[in-house]
Design a protein around this ligand. Structure first.
Ligand code: HEM
Length: 331
C-alpha cells in the first residue's frame, strides 16, 4: 500500500465518525460541510495539503494524567488512567503564514487522547471563551462578506449580529500571548459528563497554562515579528514539558448549551473541577498530526456533545471534508 492510499484508507472511518452517530445528524443546517470549507477557502485561498482552518501550527506528543476528581464526573476511560496524547498548537484562520504576533486572532490547542486499541477521544479548543458566530449559516455568511473586502458590508454584518463582535472584543482586550504555552484555552461548547453511577453534569472545558498567562506589550509583539512561536516552543520544551491543567467549569440548571458565542453567567467565577494534567513533551513531525483530524465530535462513553448547538453539529463533518481535501492534495 502506498503512503497516499494508506492515508486515504483511514478516511472511511473518520468520515463515519464525523457524520454518523453524533449530534451532527440531529440538527438540520442549511449549509453543507463543503460550503463551510469553501467559505474558508474563499477568504484564505486553497493551500494544497493544508488544513482549511488553523493552517499554521505545531504538532506535539505528550501524555495526560487524570486527577482523582475526574472519575467522579465522567466514566470516560482517559479520566481513569494516564494516556499518551498527540496535540497541536495552531493559529486561527486558513493562512499558512498567519502572523504569530497578531492580537485579533485565536490560538488553538487540539488534543487527541490515545485510549488504546486504535480508539481515541479529542478536545479542540481556542484561546478565547467564545466563538464568533452562533450558527453554521452565519459562519458562511460572515466569511462570504469578508471575502468581498467591502468594509461597509462587514460593518453591516456586525451591526446585524452583535454577538459576532464578542470574540474580537475579548481578544483585543487581552495581550498577544508570548507563547503557545502561556495562554488559556477554552472548549467553548457545553458537554455533558456522565459518571459510573449515571449522574450527569454539564461542563465547559478550560485549559489553564502552568506557565501562567504570558502576554507581550504591543512594542514587544511588534519586535517579535510574525514567526516566533515555533522557536519559542522548541526552546521551552528543551527545558521541560509544557503543561496545562484541564478543568471542567461546572454548569448549572438552565445554563444555555446551544450558543457558543455566549458565556455562562459569571463563568470565570464558577466552581471548576480539575480533570487532570496535559503534559506536552516533544515536537512531532507535521506528518503525525496531518494524518488525521482532531474532531470535536470524537467523544467517548461518559462525555456527550451538546445536542442543541448547531455550530458543534457542523464542525466535525466540515473537518472531515478538510481532511479529505488535504489528503487528496498532499505534496
Ligand atoms: C462552524 C464552525 C467551525 C467550522 C466550520 C470550523 C472549521 C474548521 C476546519 C475545516 C478545520 C481544519 C480541520 C482539518 O483539516 O483537520 C478546523 C480546525 C480547527 N478548529 Fe474549527 N471550525 C469551527 C468552529 C471551531 C470552534 C468553535 C473551535 C474551538 C472551540 C475551533 C477550533 C479549531 C482548532 C483548534 C482547529 C485546529 C485543529 C488542528 O490542530 O488540527 N473551530 N476548523
Amino acid at each position: 500500500m502506498t503512503s497516499r492510499s494508506k492515508r486515504l484508507s483511514i478516511l472511511g472511518a473518520i468520515v463515519a465518525l464525523a457524520l454518523g452517530g453524533s449530534t451532527a445528524a440531529c440538527i438540520a443546517a442549511d449549509v453543507t460541510p463543503a460550503d463551510l470549507v469553501d467559505a474558508l477557502n474563499g477568504v484564505f485561498g486553497k493551500h494544497a495539503g493544508d488544513r482549511a482552518a488553523h493552517t499554521k501550527g505545531v504538532c506535539l506528543t505528550g501524555n495526560f494524567t487524570p486527577s482523582a476528581d475526574a472519575p467522579k464526573l465522567s466514566k470516560a476511560p482517559h479520566f481513569a488512567k494516564p494516556v499518551p496524547i498527540i496535540a497541536r498548537f495552531s493559529l486561527g484562520g486558513g493562512n499558512p503564514s498567519a502572523p504569530d504576533n497578531a492580537q485579533d486572532n485565536v490560538r488553538g490547542l487540539a488534543v487527541k487522547f490515545d485510549l488504546g486499541s486504535g480508539a481515541s477521544t479529542d478536545i479542540v479548543t481556542i484561546s478565547a471563551p467564545m466563538f464568533f458566530v452562533k450558527t453554521p449559516e452565519l459562519f458562511v455568511e460572515f466569511l462570504k462578506t469578508v471575502a468581498t473586502g467591502d468594509q461597509e458590508k462587514i460593518k453591516a454584518f456586525f451591526g446585524a449580529h452583535p454577538e459576532s463582535t464578542l470574540q474580537n472584543a475579548w481578544l483585543t482586550s487581552h495581550p498577544v500571548p508570548a507563547s503557545y504555552a502561556g495562554v488559556g484555552y477554552w472548549g467553548v461548547h457545553a458537554f455533558t459528563f456522565t459518571n459510573a453511577a449515571g449522574e450527569a453534569q454539564v461542563v465547559k472545558y478550560k485549559l489553564i497554562p502552568e506557565a501562567g498567562d504570558l502576554g507581550l506589550t504591543p512594542d514587544e509583539a511588534k519586535a517579535k515579528g510574525p514567526d516566533f512561536y515555533a522557536g519559542e516552543l522548541k526552546d521551552r520544551l528543551a527545558k521541560g514539558p509544557v503543561a496545562f491543567d484541564l478543568m471542567a467549569i461546572l454548569g448549572q440548571k438552565g445554563d444555555p448549551t446551544n450558543d457558543p458565542t455566549q458565556r455562562w453567567s459569571d463563568e470565570d467565577n464558577r466552581p471548576k473541577v480539575p480533570l487532570g494534567k496535559i503534559s506536552i513533551e516533544a515536537i512531532a513531525p507535521d506528518a503525525t498530526c496531518n494524518a488525521f483530524s482532531f474532531l470535536p465530535g470524537n467523544v467517548v462513553d461518559g462525555i456527550a456533545g451538546p445536542t442543541d448547538d448547531p455550530v458543534f453539529a457542523a464542525r466535525s463533518p466540515a473537518y472531515a471534508v478538510s481532511l479529505i481535501r488535504r489528503l487528496q492534495t498532499a505534496k
